[in-house]
Design a protein. Structure first.
Length: 201
């Protein structure tokens, strides 16, 4: 209620007075004050995403996550904390789990990028995707794409993991719904299927 009438802002490291015109006026003030810091220049970036070579124009301050979501329309990677804490934005960069929300897009130009959308193959969903479905490992689903990417990279390195190793591998991915048990079950089941190369029955 108070936020509808006024807002407290921190501009240039100093607390301003309550702003009577609400948050819109605050945003405009921040943009004016920080305009020289945040670039609005658009530059072309070339990315290899899920096997496709793509080109798009982005502001030079854009992160990989912003580019994937707001320029390329790949919304599987989620925008959560924007600080690299929650893991919802995790993608694979040359096979390594990477926090896209704190990775400048220019750092990804020469690398292969895989998002949750790219985990499936022409033959069908990735075993992890199928096992998450079969084990009820996704509830709200917000964390799921990042967990799938982290788990896919982990199973490439460690095809026969213990439950403790899975927990450690996914420790950077937060989930508020499942309590993790079903997630761990799904990753273990996917690992077993990948080792035996067996289809879902």
């Amino acid at each position: 209620m108070l936020a509808n009438r006024c807002a407290i802002t921190f501009i240039s490291g100093k607390q301003s007075a309550l702003h009577p015109n609400g948050i819109h006026a605050v945003v405009q003030t921040v943009r004016r004050e920080l305009g020289s810091v945040v670039s609005t220049n658009t530059e072309i970036v070339h990315l290899r995403v899920n096997g496709d070579v793509l080109e798009t124009g982005v502001p030079s301050h854009f992160t990989l996550l912003e580019t994937l979501r707001y320029r390329l329309g790949l919304t599987g990677s989620k925008q959560g904390c924007d600080k690299g804490d929650c893991g919802a934005c995790t993608v694979l960069l040359d096979g390594a789990p990477t926090l896209a929300c704190i990775t400048p897009v220019w750092e990804a130009e020469s690398k292969g990028i895989v998002t949750a959308e790219g985990l499936a193959s022409a033959e069908g969903p990735h075993p992890l995707q199928e096992e998450f479905d079969l084990n009820g490992a996704a509830q709200c689903g917000f964390c799921t794409p990042g967990i799938l990417c982290s788990a896919a990279a982990f199973l490439e390195r460690c095809p026969d993991p213990s439950r403790g190793e899975i927990k450690e591998a996914l420790s950077g991915n937060l989930c508020r719904c499942t309590g993790y048990t079903k997630i761990l079950d799904a990753v273990q089941a996917a690992a077993a299927r990948i080792r035996s190369n067996s289809p879902v029955t």
